[in-house]
Design a protein around this ligand. Structure first.
Ligand SMILES: Nc1nc2c(ncn2[C@@H]2O[C@H](COP(=O)(O)OP(=O)(O)OP(=O)(O)O)[C@@H](O)[C@H]2O)c(=O)[nH]1
Length: 360
């Protein structure tokens, strides 16, 4: 049993936006772990061809609707509308959480969920809270290569900067996340820079998105009229968002690397330590000979690389599946470098017999 719904108009929807790797999935998993007595459903979409986030959240026991193969702000607007509507119709929910991909722009999502562009809002739901997760470390570094603070507004010519600025400008609640990665005095300065771009939102400084569920779910903070006056809405209403692929707009692409042969641990480590700077984000699962029975989760965003066991293969055939997201990726080089990290017949470390066959 969930708590008494406070929302008059329908199941409240929280939309989570923010740049690649800022911590959106971390927040979703935290909400699912501690729903504060609420029954939540999650709608997630991912930029890669494989929805790693949906798998991760489902592994955490979440109830997940997967909108793969696109970006909710562009191609998937009808899917999004239908999914939230059908969740509200078929389930007893206290709230729906939509995790946008790291390149989704918040304004078109809000337009879809309020029916602003189509005069056809989804039935039985109400956009309730827009949350932006901002990577404090990434924000600090993005605008000042000398590691000084951003003195002025960000340069819109930089790739992905638009996504960051849109996320800051258009939200009710802003999580300044990864605060563990920046010094105290920088946090203060970052917050004041954010305040100039975003005078209205509630700002929380977080580490691993450690925020109370009540601060982001069923808050009643979204206000259509206030939202409409925001910078992002103005641009959108002026027709500047033409609904072409956000991936194309931002020059972002993704590569999925799948192999049924394990990695040599040291070669993989060395590669992870020194990889192609065009990769903005990597995530997925790896099969590594040093821990052959364990699923090794890999997640990198900027300087934060995490790789470690997240479960056992059990009855599943072990295999590596990694998604790389970046700008102007050299796909051939990344694939051949990774292939060179796989074990070969000459490696002493891998004596399992018969030798696993390659998937491709
Ligand atoms: N140091 C540090 N790492 C964090 C924090 N929050 C999240 N991370 C790590 O940052 C990486 C990206 O986090 P995710 O939650 O997957 O980010 P995301 O926004 O869902 O990423 P995309 O779906 O690719 O856009 C993961 O390795 C997280 O464990 C934090 O506060 N501090």
């Amino acid at each position: 049993m969930g708590r008494e719904p406070t929302h008059q108009d329908g199941v409240p929807i929280t939309v989570i936006c923010g740049p690649l790797g800022a911590g959106k999935t971390t927040l979703v998993n935290r909400l699912l772990d501690a729903p504060a007595g609420r029954t939540l459903a999650v709608v997630v979409n991912d930029m890669g061809q494989v929805n790693v986030d949906a798998e991760r959240i489902a592994n955490e026991g979440g109830d997940v609707v997967d909108l793969s193969n696109g970006c909710v702000c562009c191609r998937l607007q009808d899917d999004l509308r239908e999914q939230v509507q059908s969740l509200a119709e078929t389930r007893e929910l206290d709230a729906i959480v939509v995790e946008a991909s790291g390149i989704s722009e918040p304004v078109p999502i809000a337009q879809t969920l309020t029916g602003a562009t189509t005069d056809e809002p989804p039935a039985g739901v109400a956009l309730d809270t827009t949350v932006s997760v901002i990577d404090a470390y990434g924000f600090w570094k993005a605008f000042d290569e000398d590691e000084h603070l951003p003195a002025s507004a960000p340069d819109p010519a930089r790739p992905l900067t638009d996504v960051l600025v849109d996320a800051i400008e258009f939200c009710d609640v802003l999580l300044l996340n990864k605060c563990d990665m920046v010094p105290d005095e920088v946090r203060d300065d970052l917050e004041s820079v954010i305040r100039t771009l975003q005078p209205r939102a509630t700002i929380h400084r977080t580490t691993y998105c450690d925020v109370e569920t009540d601060a982001v779910v069923d808050t009643g903070l979204f206000d259509y009229e206030v939202g409409r006056r925001q910078q992002g809405w103005k641009r959108a209403l002026a027709g500047e968002h033409d609904h072409e692929s956000a991936a194309e707009t931002h020059g972002v692409e993704s590569i999925v690397y799948e192999r049924a042969r394990p990695f040599h641990p040291e070669r993989l480590d060395a590669w992870l330590d020194d990889w192609d700077g065009a990769i903005v984000r990597a995530k997925g699962f790896a099969w590594v000979t040093s821990r052959p029975d364990e699923v090794i989760g890999v997640s990198q965003a900027g300087p934060s690389v995490q790789a470690g066991p997240i479960g056992e293969w059990g009855d599943d055939d072990p295999a590596t599946r990694l998604v790389f997201i970046g700008t102007d990726l050299d796909e051939e080089r990344i694939r051949s470098e990774l292939d060179a990290c796989l074990v070969s017949g000459a490696d002493d470390e891998w004596t399992r017999d018969p030798f696993p066959r390659e998937a491709d």
